[in-house]
Design a protein around this ligand. Structure first.
Ligand SMILES: NC(=O)c1ccc[n+]([C@@H]2O[C@H](COP(=O)([O-])OP(=O)(O)OC[C@H]3O[C@@H](n4cnc5c(N)ncnc54)[C@H](OP(=O)(O)O)[C@@H]3O)[C@@H](O)[C@H]2O)c1
Length: 399
């Protein structure tokens, strides 16, 4: 249990991604460890949500661990590119954390479409063999020499680099791990770190969604799509979502899509033109790529933003500049890593995300859980469009 300290809180209400005062207070506590006077003692529930000590600061001061013992754990390993069958359940050595590192025992691991790109060799893994996975939540079990601000027993989350979360334990750079608020359980946290941080930079940075905008979100019932639609709706946008089935359409409506298009059955370009009375949308968030990219450009209004952030159906064909010039469009192909480079950026984004989850602005859908050893089945389901919301892997030994 952390300690409560009272202090004055700056006005976070200018921040449009913090959609109610509860989110603002939770973010403030996340970043500073302080609870503003104005929120105490009237809101006991809020106090429970945001009690965190020593949230962020990391220093290198003294050695904390000098063990040379080998730690063997179970992990998924890939020795060659290919289908889900190349995911092997093996024993691996974790080693001890070095300076600036921590060793984390994972409680829950997020499954992401990017894991499939790496498995297939669409993206190149830095090593071969390698352990996949770019998102997890776990307990710190060892701290490298010279690190303070992080201790054994802390619950932390990470998303992105380094790869290797499909493992019972892994080594992480301490500055890529963020504290998980007590209000957010490990499975929920693991299901939103990568996908939620992506939704955060998409609506807040790559294109700033505002009230009055109309946005088009492809794969609206997916892991990122679900959070993206909710966030865009809460910011006041009119949200149009595309999905492949009626079941996914129902979820997308619940997640704040004002209009849902089943793009396997309907021409989404003409539907978007109808919905917007021929004007088009301010921004398209396109993670499907090859099958949708050309149509997405057609859906944009003059000076609209094409945000291509994935390629679940394959890489789109090259775009001639004339296609951009036709409507003075903006085109970006962003990646999460470039929006969370500094620790401050990472903490700001994670703070907003956790605050909006804790305050109920974002509903997290952990719709599928698999044992870590069954990662191949989990990836098969994701690849075959059989999932909605988030998919989480649970280390076998923790059950
Ligand atoms: N750039 C970044 O920073 C960043 C970060 C995170 C994720 N991403 C990208 O965001 C996308 C979503 O990731 P996610 O993990 O949340 O996955 P997801 O959206 O849960 O799953 C992919 C969805 O894409 C749709 N899809 C359309 N055509 C497909 C095809 N040919 N094969 C497979 N799926 C197809 C399916 O939805 P329907 O059945 O409704 O069509 C499917 O459920 C991925 O492309 C991923 O690479 C990018």
């Amino acid at each position: 249990m952390g300690c409560l300290r009272l202090g004055l809180v700056p006005n976070y209400h200018h921040n449009p991604s913090l959609l109610n005062s509860r989110s603002s207070l939770i973010l403030h506590k996340y970043k500073t460890g302080f609870l503003p006077c104005s929120s105490f003692p009237s809101n006991k529930n809020l106090f429970r949500l945001i009690t965190i000590t020593n949230p962020i600061k990391l220093n290198k001061v003294r050695a904390c661990s000098n063990s040379t013992e080998k730690t063997m754990v179970k992990a998924i390993r890939v020795h060659e590119f290919g289908g889900p069958e190349v995911l092997k359940w093996e024993d691996v050595e974790v080693g001890e954390p070095k300076e600036g590192e921590i060793r984390v025992k994972n409680k829950a691991i997020g499954l992401n479409f990017i894991d499939i790109y790496f498995r297939k060799g669409v993206y190149k893994s830095p090593t071969m063999p390698y352990t996949p996975g770019m998102e997890a939540v776990g307990e710190v079990v060892a701290v490298g020499p010279g690190l303070t601000g992080r201790k054994v027993g802390d619950l932390v989350a990470y998303a992105g680099s380094p790869m290797g979360s499909y493992a019972e334990e892994q080594i992480l750079p301490a500055d890529r791990a963020v504290p998980v608020p007590p209000s957010v359980d490990p499975i929920t946290a693991a299901s939103i770190m990568l996908k939620g941080l992506t939704a955060q930079y998409l609506v807040r940075s790559s294109f700033k969604v505002e009230a009055g905008h109309t946005v088009l979100v492809h794969a609206a019932a997916g892991g990122v799509g679900s959070l993206l639609c909710q966030w865009a709706n809460a910011l006041g946008a009119t949200v149009i979502g595309t999905v492949s089935t009626e079941e996914k359409a129902a979820q997308a409506r619940e997640d704040g899509c004002h209009h849902v298009i089943i793009y396997k059955e309907e021409d989404f370009v003409s539907r978007v033109k109808d919905i917007t009375a021929g004007q088009g949308v301010e921004v398209v968030y396109d993670s499907v790529g090859k099958d949708t990219f050309q149509g997405s450009l057609e859906c944009l209004k003059l000076r609209g933003y094409m945000v291509l952030f994935g390629q679940s159906s394959g890489s789109p064909d090259p775009v001639p500049l004339s296609a951009i010039a036709a409507k003075s469009l903006f085109l970006t192909r962003p990646t999460l890593m470039h929006y969370t480079i500094t620790r401050d950026e990472l903490l700001e984004a994670a703070g907003e995300l956790f605050a909006n989850v804790a305050s109920g602005v974002l509903r997290v859908r952990v719709n599928h859980k698999f044992l870590l050893s069954q990662a191949a089945e989990a990836q098969t389901a994701l690849e075959n469009r059989q999932t909605t919301g988030s998919v989480v892997l649970i280390p076998d030994a923790s059950l």
